[in-house]
Design a protein around this ligand. Structure first.
Ligand code: BTN
Length: 243
């Protein structure tokens, strides 16, 4: 296993921002955690509410991503999601909602924000994870969509223990990914929440077939099979849209 360089804060604006600001002087596989984030960031410019009790951390990847093709970068978010899912599955049944959420039932327990530092090619990657562990109540805005591990198992979890399990899993999966092993795709499909659901994506009603070999979403539209690269997926039928 890699030696992770772990930096712990009590309070910080955002663990992602910290790594983006300091990536040049920090070694690859630096992991920053904070008990509280005052400016936690979600996808699409949203806020990530970061009260005390949950796990907030970011991983810095540098040299290893220089060799990876740009179109495979988003697969790394999925590998982190897979690591989180495998660890949480020790406690409860959960699934990955492509491209970056982990759900229990229809509620989100974990969100992942991957930010690339690139000029002509990717120099570094910062992958931030917000995992609801010990928070029991959520703000009105998200309370119908969010869930924590404590909501499910009725007891507190040790943040550092969960973090080290996730890092161990990530290490295993990421090492295989860097060698070109695509085994993670089958595992992702096993845990994929969206598979076989009907959805509305970019103006079209589609059926979701699964996650393809490059980590893209394969969908069946009226005029054939297509690949979706990113963006919001709105589920139709009886399925709820998550945060
Ligand atoms: C999302 O689902 O919108 C992604 C949420 C990502 C939140 C994590 S918490 C640790 C890291 N630091 C941040 O500011 N954001 C990520």
């Amino acid at each position: 296993m890699h030696d992770y360089n772990i930096i712990k804060f009590k309070t910080i604006s955002s663990t992602n921002t910290y790594l983006k600001d300091n990536f040049e002087s920090l070694p690859e596989f630096t992991v920053v955690t904070s008990d509280i984030q005052t400016g936690g960031k979600g996808r699409m410019g949203r806020e990530w509410q970061s009260d005390e009790g949950n796990l907030y951390f970011s991983i810095l990847l540098k040299n290893s991503v220089n060799k990876i093709k740009k179109n495979s970068i988003s697969a790394i978010t999925l590998i982190v999601g897979l690591a989180v899912t495998k660890v949480l599955n020790e406690y409860t049944s959960c699934m990955i909602k492509w491209p970056n959420d982990v759900l229990v039932g229809n509620r989100k327990i974990c969100g992942i924000l991957c930010e690339a530092i690139s000029y002509d090619k990717v120099k570094a990657l910062v992958i931030g994870v917000g995992l609801n562990l010990n928070q029991t109540t959520f703000s009105n805005e998200i309370k119908s969509k969010a869930i924590s591990l404590k909501n499910i198992i009725n007891k507190d979890s040790d943040k550092i223990n969960i973090l080290s399990k996730i890092l161990k899993q990530f290490d295993l999966e990421y090492a295989k990914f860097c060698k070109g092993d695509k085994g993670y795709i089958a595992q992702l499909n096993k845990f994929s929440y969206l598979n076989n659901k009907n959805a509305y994506i970019k103006g079209e009603n589609v059926k979701i077939l699964g996650i393809d070999d490059n980590g893209l979403l394969k969908v069946e539209a009226r005029d054939g099979v297509k690949l979706v690269t990113s963006g919001e997926v709105t589920l139709t039928d009886t399925y709820e849209v998550t945060k």
